[in-house]
Design a protein. Structure first.
Length: 568
């Protein structure tokens, strides 16, 4: 028609060919309901995706609040960006060089260069005399004198007579392995009795149960595993979460990483430095499998408000674990010894599990701990059973398979040898010493006690000095004390050896503080300003690297340290 444009025939044919090919590629549905079902599935998947992330966002807003959520997102973003900055080519080279220098410095201290090294098996076995001579050499290598009370914590020594008894008990059961209870019935009996004794100490109800472990970390790991398995078996939780004080032992964070349990950290604000129970309550959601409290915590020696946590756990029907690894055989005797205490054990109905180290103030050899449960059912959630292995039916109570029965024998010997009267006496001496030390430290105007410690740990920080310089200066005098962070501080964990020398420790601390204070006065007079840059080992790790928003440098240093531990 006139005035109407027509598509050229060749172009129209090409267009039709393309359209027909496209139609040929399009799936042909024999039933219109198939199209509807595919669209419906897509919509359901999208809806579930949106619902999942909406619930997570609402839980976060409920737990942290709007401002707290914004701050947390900002902190995470800042930390991530700083991590990218540290990986820039020029920056990465500089940081790597500094890390290598720090590790080389540690190597000089940890790995002796003048000692004979044995890197392969000897062609002929040594004589007993030669072995004993070398063992004496190794035992007498230059070390911090824990025997003289110069080490905070670390060695929870029950004194010489008990050590001799432990050695004898160990020798009688050197080859024993609890995984074969029929072969070693004596070890089975001793392990069961250890658990029963500790359960009784913590006022466990009828039907309570527990297991022995190789240390506090395994006890905590097993309690977290039990809570995770309980959440899955009884409530179908596939994305478990647990809530713990920021001062709780780092083994809980290890459990989170090992067992894929999301961690929520709750502040422990001054002046009490106990976990904020209201914030714990806000963070509980349908995925919560465990609440945590410490009695006391490792950093500051503070007992959390376990009574309030117990009431919250009962009301919200969430398990509550009390970490009593450090308090161990002191906290149960506080009241009898005439000291102030707080409720912490199974007498609180909300407490479902407790970890207690027998190798701390129970004075058993290192490698002994217990994890206790209110019921046998809770204990069974930590078991591993494989009924179909070609090697036979396999069952183990915890993470380890084979375990040293000799350590259990030495632990049992320690408990029955010391007895209630012995532990009561040790509590009176250790806690009494801690209170005297706290009073002495608190009298120093430059130092401030953190919280109100009730057990054996006395933590303190400096008001106007660098506390890490103080820690390094005490180290130069032979003391091995614990440096802390968040906030910068240090602590003394009193043991029986420290009881004998605590006045010397307090005197050295006063002298070190005065020397550091004089250094600051000189700096001010010289116009260099107060509080100079700290240069010691503790300052290098905590005062410098520890202050970085991204901790990758600290991680590299720590990994380097662990590598050095295996450098022959």
């Amino acid at each position: 028609m006139p005035g109407t444009s027509r598509m050229p025939v060749s172009l129209r044919e090409s267009f039709n060919n393309v359209r027909n090919k496209a139609r040929a590629r399009r799936p042909v549905w024999s039933n219109p309901l198939q199209v509807l079902s595919i669209d419906l599935i897509r919509q359901i998947v999208f809806f579930l995706f949106v619902l999942r992330w909406t619930r997570r966002a609402l839980w976060k807003l409920k737990g942290r609040g709007l401002l707290g959520t914004i701050v947390e997102l900002y902190t995470d973003a800042y930390r991530a960006l700083y991590g990218y900055f540290l990986r820039l080519p020029g920056v990465r080279t500089t940081v790597r060089k500094q890390v290598d220098e720090a590790i080389a410095k540690m190597s000089v201290k940890l790995v002796p260069t003048n000692a004979t090294r044995y890197l392969t098996l000897p062609k002929e076995g040594w004589s007993e005399e030669a072995v004993r001579k070398e063992l004496d050499t190794l035992a007498n290598m230059d070390h911090t004198r824990w025997e003289d009370g110069y080490v905070s914590g670390a060695v929870y020594h029950g004194e010489a007579d008990l050590m001799r008894l432990q050695t004898e008990a160990y020798g009688k059961f050197t080859v024993a392995n609890p995984i074969h209870p029929d072969v070693f019935p004596g070890v089975r009996k001793m392990e069961a009795e250890i658990v029963s004794m500790v359960l009784n100490l913590f006022n466990a109800p009828p039907g309570a149960a527990g297991t022995c472990t190789i240390g506090g970390t395994e006890s905590i790991l097993m309690a977290c595993l039990s809570a995770r398995q309980k959440g899955y078996a009884e409530r179908g939780i596939t994305e478990p979460e647990m809530i713990l004080p920021e001062t709780a032992h780092t083994a809980f964070r290890k459990a989170g990483e090992y067992f894929k349990i999301k961690i929520h950290l709750v502040p422990c604000p001054a002046p009490a430095y106990q976990v904020d129970v209201r914030r714990v309550s806000r963070l509980i959601n349908p995925n919560t499998v465990l609440l945590v409290g410490s009695a006391p915590n490792f950093p500051h020696g503070i007992i959390d408000d376990i009574s309030a946590l117990s009431k919250l756990a009962l009301r919200r029907r969430v398990p509550l674990h009390v970490d009593c690894c450090l308090g161990s055989f002191l906290v149960p005797f506080l009241e009898q010894a005439g000291f102030e205490t707080q409720p912490f054990d199974f007498r609180l109905k909300g407490v479902t599990s407790i970890s207690c180290d027998t190798h701390k103030y129970g004075f058993a050899p290192k490698g002994n701990s217990t994890v206790l449960y209110r019921t046998e059912q809770l204990r069974s959630y930590q078991y591993f059973v494989d009924p179909s292995w070609s090697g036979g039916v396999y069952a183990s109570p915890g993470a380890a398979g084979s375990r040293p029965g000799a350590l259990l024998a030495a632990c049992w010997a320690s408990l029955v040898s010391v007895g209630q009267s012995g532990y009561l006496d040790a509590c009176a001496r250790i806690v009494g010493c801690a209170k005297q030390l706290a009073e002495r430290i608190g009298a120093n105007p430059e130092l401030e006690i953190i919280g109100r410690p009730l057990v054996s740990v006395v933590a303190f920080r400096a008001r106007d000095l660098n506390v890490y310089d103080i820690a390094d200066a005490m180290g130069a005098r032979g003391w091995h004390l614990n440096a802390l962070q968040n906030p910068p501080a240090m602590h003394v964990a009193v043991t029986l050896p420290i009881v004998k020398v605590w006045e010397r420790l307090a005197r050295d601390l006063d002298e070190v503080v005065e020397a550091e204070r004089e250094k600051e006065r000189v700096r001010v007079v010289q116009g260099k300003g107060a509080r100079g840059a700290a240069t010691g080992d503790a300052a290098a790790l905590y005062g410098v690297a520890g202050s970085l928003p991204n901790k990758s440098v600290v991680v590299d240093l720590a990994k380097g340290f662990l590598d050095l531990c295996y450098k022959a």
